[in-house]
Each structure stands twice: as C-alpha cells, then as structure tokens.
Write a protein that binds this ligand. Structure first.
Ligand SMILES: NC(=O)c1ccc[n+]([C@@H]2O[C@H](COP(=O)([O-])OP(=O)(O)OC[C@H]3O[C@@H](n4cnc5c(N)ncnc54)[C@H](O)[C@@H]3O)[C@@H](O)[C@H]2O)c1
Ligand SMILES: [Zn+2]
Length: 356
C-alpha cells in the first residue's frame, strides 16, 4: 500500500492506494460525514456497491445510480442528482462520494462543488484512468451538447481512496486506456519511472498487483506535484495534455466511440513525439523508446487516416487552442516536455501522414 499527498495548503488531501482498500473505506476516509450521497452507475454498483454500503452501515446513505456512459455526464443528470439531494433533505454537512470511473467522478465532483455552494467530496475511482488521472487534481465537469467538459469547476476532494483490486474487472480496452496516461507521466516528468515501465511492461499488462500499486503511486505523485505547482493550468499543468490535442481530434473524428480516450492519447503521443523528433527536440532513440513502450503495452501507435483539413478542424476545436494558434506539448527527452507554439502546419501535416 502507499499514500500520496496533494499539497494545496489548507486544501491538501491524501490519496490512499492499496489492494482491497474498499474494505478499509471507513478507516481510511476519516472525517466522512453522517449524510452521504454515493454516486455510481449500475456496472460499478454490481461489483463494488455492497462492500462500500457495508462500511457505511451507521451512516445515512443515499445511492444515486446514473446510467453508464459519457453521454450521461450531462446537466440533465446533474439536475436529477440535485433533485434527489433536496428531496431527501440533505444539508450543508453532507458528503458526496463518487464510486466509479471518470464519468461518475467528474459529475459527482461538480455536484459537490455546487450543492449548497460546496460540500465535502470523496473520490473512490474504479477505472485505471480515474485512479491515475481524473480523481486527482480537482477538475470537475459535465458536458454540453456542443462540447466536452464545458460546464464545471475546480473543486478538490477531501480524500481519494484507490483499491487496485477494482481494476481486475475492467475490460481490456478500458484498462489499456488508463495505461496510456501512466506512460504520459513518465515521458513528461520522470525518466526513471519511464524505464521502470519499460522493465515491467509484462507485469502491467497482466495487472500484477505490486506493479499496479507502484505505477499508480508514481502517477498520482507526479500529477499531485504538477497540480500543486499549477492548480488552474496557467503553466506546467498543460504538460499533462501530451498527446491530447491529436488524441481529441481522433476521438472526435470517430464520434467518441471507435477509439477510447487512452487509445487516442497513445497514437497522439506517437505523433507528438515524432513532431518533436522532426523539429530536433527529441533524439531518434528516445522516439523509438516511446513508440516501443506504447506498442509493448498493446496500445495503438498509429492514428487513423483522415484528410489534413479534418485534423485541423478537430484540433482547432480543442479548447487547448489559444489565440487561434495551435499549441503542442512536445517531449524534449524522456522525462521532460515543453509547450511549443510556432510549428508550421506543413511540418505537422507531414508528421501526421507519417504516423497514420
Ligand atoms: N477530471 C479530470 O481531470 C479528468 C481527466 C481525464 C479524464 N476525465 C474524464 O474522465 C472520463 C473518462 O473516464 P473513464 O475512462 O474512467 O470512463 P468511464 O467512467 O466511462 O468508465 C469506463 C467504463 O468502465 C466501467 N467501469 C468503471 N469501473 C469499473 C470496474 N472497476 N470494473 C468494470 N467496469 C468498470 C464504467 O461503468 C464504464 O463503462 C471522461 O468523461 C473524461 O472527460 C477527467
Ligand atoms: Zn487524458
């Protein structure tokens, strides 16, 4: 087991990581209020709601099961949760507990941020993506029909509880999707961790518990440091978007269904790394290591083929575009990255053609 702290002065909070931690929920989540609303979905509830309810036997617990799917991270579902809280007489002293992946966590966090101007929030992430990324750092949101995460708030939880055993029931694609984010942390921040990932790719693919605890701890620690340095993404936090501008274009072009987020990020990371190599920021051997690790983990290393105009269109819709200019996060080595604003579109187009 392991523990990481997100250092944000009086809003600092712990991330508890261990195998079987759902059964220690009460002990780990100290300070959990009497009134608790659990937000989850039927898929997650079928596996993990019972042990959580058992832990909260002496609390006043209400369960809100939202339907499973990104399309339900919506204002309509948010309103239903608010209606439920008000109908059940929940007050300012309640807590919201998210039990699920990033969809549940993002919506639950926005509920916590806004119900009665903010109530306690606890994250119990059950996908790898949520455990290493979305449950840490305080970004909460729901989608608008015109775009993802357009309505939301920065709102940090009181604590995060990660049970690595939950990952055993994930589908292969959802599991791999989270691994793409794990690799991202090694590339942008930590050469030693990247090498550890290369050395333990097989154990990770097999969901080995020890390997998972280490990979999740390192990932949360890196995310925690980045968030502590730049909570509202004025600078370094943007590096967490490595591969995402291309990845989002792939997801959007394939209607958010054919490619998972992590698959898009993996192929996008290869494109970003190639762009870094071509513009003399990254050595050819470091490019090969990034490509080889993603490939060894079973992630896609080639993007889909689509015309340059379509790439441009989708990339420009990405909200990371500033002043009409495309910004790219490019690795400058294994363990470091930078934001680059002045790459001509011919070079980008040529690299995309090469990588797709
Ligand atoms: N807030 C942030 O900083 C941040 C960062 C990255 C992504 N996100 C958001 O996260 C969301 C994606 O999260 P996700 O990839 O976890 O998707 P998800 O929440 O849709 O979960 C993926 C699937 O796995 C199922 N599932 C969850 N836990 C399971 C388990 N233990 N066993 C079996 N099945 C399980 C879910 O029901 C779902 O069908 C997106 O909405 C994205 O915008 C937020
Ligand atoms: Zn991501």
């Amino acid at each position: 087991m392991a523990q990481v702290t997100v250092e944000l002065d009086e809003r600092s909070y712990p991330i508890h990581i261990g195998a079987g931690f759902l059964t220690l929920l009460k002990q780990k989540l100290t300070g959990l209020r009497h009134q608790v609303l659990i937000i989850t979905n039927p898929t997650v509830a079928s596996f993990y709601l019972a042990p959580v309810l058992e832990q909260l036997a002496d609390h006043q617990v209400e369960v809100f099961e939202m339907p499973d799917g990104e399309q339900y991270k919506s204002l309509a579902v948010y309103t239903e949760v608010m209606d439920r809280l008000i109908a059940r007489g929940f007050n300012r002293d309640c807590a919201i507990l998210a039990l699920g992946g990033g969809v549940v966590g993002d919506l639950a966090g926005f509920v916590a941020a806004t119900f009665q101007r903010g109530v306690d929030f606890f994250q119990v992430p059950t996908t790898l993506l949520a455990q290493v990324d979305s449950s840490v750092g305080g970004k909460t949101a729901v989608n608008h029909p015109r775009g993802k995460n357009l309505i939301g708030a920065f709102y940090q939880p009181q604590a995060v509880l990660i049970d690595t055993e939950c990952l055993q029931t994930l589908t292969e694609r959802d599991y791999l999707s989270g691994l793409a984010e794990v690799v991202k942390y090694g590339i942008i921040y930590d050469a030693a961790f990247f090498q550890w990932l290369e050395d333990h790719a097989t154990e990770l693919k097999q969901r080995n518990t020890h390997a998972l605890i280490h990979a999740i701890e390192r990932s949360c620690d890196i995310k925690a440091k980045v968030v502590a340095a730049d909570e509202r993404e004025a600078g370094i936090r943007a590096l967490l978007n490595l591969g995402h501008t291309f990845g989002h274009a792939i997801e959007a072009a394939t209607n958010y269904g054919e490619w998972t987020h992590g698959e898009g990020v993996a192929a996008g990371t290869v494109i970003a790394s190639k762009l870094a190599e071509v513009t003399q920021r990254l050595s050819a051997s470091d490019f090969r290591r990034i490509y080889a690790l993603l490939d060894a983990l079973g992630l896609p290393v080639k993007g889909p083929q689509m015309p340059w105009s379509q790439w441009l269109d989708y990339m420009q819709r990405d909200k990371k575009v500033k002043d009409g200019k495309l910004h790219f996060i490019l690795p400058t080595g294994i363990g470091s990255a930078e934001v680059v604003k002045d790459i001509d579109s011919k070079t980008v187009a040529a690299v995309i053609t090469e990588c797709c």
